[in-house]
Design a protein around this ligand. Structure first.
Ligand SMILES: [Zn+2]
Length: 398
């Protein structure tokens, strides 16, 4: 028998108050005064709160977090390589379980109203597939409560560590959904070969690509040109995301326009989390107005890299707004859109949203308006995943 769930008196995206009827985890009807389901169904009073689709954390590292453990005193050096080596040492000494750590973060994300996560998972010649196996087990445990995409990520470089390419292939066969990459010039020092290798893996397995590009200015911009070229050559339009892309905030207008054209032509999305450690980052409003798909994510959460983060994508919407100096409500609403619809588009999520036929993945926000909710960041009143309540008043029920 079909399971019916009626959400009474909610305001979708702060619009007029309506009821939402969910049948077998799909939105069946939206309207005024919908009759409550029979005795087997569930009715939840929304109290005229704002209803939005579940948050999408489109860039996480579930295998890195130290969430749920005693406070870690961070003593990592300033360089990227210092942080990579420090992480390797600390994880070895602490004998961490990536499964347990992923579970801690997933539960935290549920509390905060996230229903979809894309996580990068380290694959290298020392870790092998151990982190991936832990995150795959955590994903399976939470399959009804969180949608998780996994990117096989060569954090320590690929070409500079022989054997990594083969491990990445194995990671895809073992269940990773996408292939990752990182700074093809500065880490692997051979951008053409780096990108050729990861795009060939993507082409062979018919999967998408999500690449970290931290490289600055013209160097990063050149990497983006090469990513666009590979995307076109392999027909992967709509399946490629570039994470960070700080360079988009560092080049002149004419060059930025050229790159925007390439991103649009090849349907490449951009992930920015409004970084604390970079004075320049992608110009959110400019890219959105041009039609580029933008998404956001938590990135590192309380790990050996940095102590910050709490998996709250509502707070991330504030960071996007804060760092972009947004003050108009419509701009804050755009930031919220990036952390919801933008993420869903970047992840290729089907049936996402608040229309009839969409999957019932919702958050009930506290606040008068969306902008108010972003700046107030009150505990989430209710989080619903696959038509079932998974968190109330900021507490995870799973
Ligand atoms: Zn990352």
């Amino acid at each position: 028998m079909a399971h019916e769930f009626l959400l009474k008196n909610v305001r979708p995206l702060e619009g007029d108050t309506v009821d939402v009827l969910v049948v077998d985890a799909i939105i069946e009807k939206i309207g005024k005064d919908i009759t409550p389901p029979g005795s087997k169904g569930t009715v939840l009073e929304g109290g005229h709160r704002i209803l939005i689709p579940g948050f999408v954390d489109a860039h996480a590292h579930l295998d890195k977090t130290l969430w749920g453990l005693p406070w870690h005193r961070n003593q990592a050096g300033p360089l990227l390589i210092d942080k990579i080596e420090n992480e390797r040492r600390v994880r070895r000494e602490m004998k961490l379980s990536s499964e347990k750590q992923a579970v801690h973060q997933i539960r935290q994300s549920i509390r905060m109203g996230t229903t979809h996560i894309r996580t990068h998972v380290d694959v290298d010649t020392e870790i092998g597939l151990k982190n991936l196996e832990g995150v795959l087990t955590a994903r399976e445990k939470f399959r009804d409560y969180m949608t998780i995409q996994i990117v096989a990520f060569p954090q320590s470089g690929m070409l500079v560590r022989p054997g990594t390419v083969e491990l990445l292939e194995e990671a895809i066969k073992a269940g990773a959904d996408l292939i990752g990459g990182i700074d093809p010039s500065t880490i692997d020092r051979d951008p053409v070969r780096h990108l050729k290798t990861i795009f060939e893996i993507a082409g062979r397995h018919g999967i998408g690509v999500d690449i970290h590009i931290h490289e600055p200015g013209a160097l990063g911009a050149f990497s983006i040109e090469l990513v666009a070229e590979r995307t076109k050559a392999l027909g992967l339009q709509g399946k490629v995301n570039i994470s960070h892309a700080f360079c988009l905030g560092m080049i002149d207008d004419a060059y930025l326009n050229q790159l925007i054209d390439l991103l649009l032509e090849n349907k490449i999305s951009i992930m920015t989390h409004a970084p604390m450690h970079r004075p320049l980052f992608p110009p959110i409003k400019r890219l959105r107005e041009a039609g580029v798909v933008l998404c956001s994510g938590s990135d590192n959460i309380r790990d050996t890299w940095a102590p910050y983060g709490n998996a709250d994508m509502l707070e991330r919407a504030m960071f996007l707004s804060w760092r972009s100096a947004f003050h108009r409500d419509e701009d804050l609403e755009m930031a919220l859109d990036i952390t919801t619809f933008g993420g869903a588009r970047a992840m290729g999520t089907k049936n996402y949203g608040l229309e009839v036929g969409c999957r019932a993945d919702f958050v009930l926000l506290q606040g008068e308006t969306r902008a108010d909710a972003i700046v107030s960041r009150a505990p989430r009143k209710c989080v619903i995943k696959n038509g079932q309540v998974v968190a109330t008043d900021g507490e995870c029920l799973i």
